[in-house]
Write a protein that binds this ligand. Structure first.
Ligand code: HEC
Length: 134
């Protein structure tokens, strides 16, 4: 019994960070979780960044892999998000020019998140919005 409990605890600690928590603590103040496109257009002036649903959908649309394997695409999108957290840049932004002019480029969060947290939040951004349209 005791060893089962220990094994369960170890499994939990190895699971890594909770992506939604990482999002809430580090991204939500700028990227709203959910919004429809008409809502976003209406409140555009008061938004600090594109809603996260738009970010997720846009990355999935724009990043196309030759490989039909969905896992490959998922990994490429996740890698892009992880990199963008540390190294946002006008060069890699997929924001429309007009929106970018309003928002400015995202400030770098370098040093704020560890590898596990970046992985978890990037996975959450990909998976949570699957099947949800902006
Ligand atoms: C201080 C505000 C702010 C915070 C905090 C913030 N972002 Fe951003 N983010 C922006 C803005 C503004 C843009 C749009 C301009 C750009 O593409 O750089 C953006 C764009 C992005 C993009 C690129 C989307 C595109 O269409 O090019 C990704 C990916 C992203 N953010 C992920 C994150 C993640 C993940 C977090 C939290 C770990 C986060 N952001 C926290 C402001 C923020």
């Amino acid at each position: 019994m005791r060893s089962i409990t220990l094994a369960a605890l170890t499994a939990i600690s190895l699971m890594g960070a909770d992506g939604y928590q990482v999002y809430k603590n580090n991204c939500m103040q700028c990227h709203t979780q959910m919004m429809t496109k008409p809502e976003a257009l209406k409140s555009f002036k008061s938004l600090k960044a594109p809603p996260m649903i738009e970010v997720s959908n846009k990355l999935k649309d724009n990043i196309q892999t030759k490989d039909e394997d969905i896992d490959v695409k998922r990994r490429v999108v996740i890698a892009f998000i992880k990199d963008y957290i540390d190294n946002p840049s006008i060069q890699y932004s997929m924001c429309e020019p007009m929106a970018l002019e309003h928002f400015g480029v995202m400030p770098s969060l370098k040093g704020k998140l560890n590898e596990k947290q970046k992985q978890a939040v990037a996975e959450w951004i990909y998976d949570y919005y699957e099947g949800k349209t902006f």
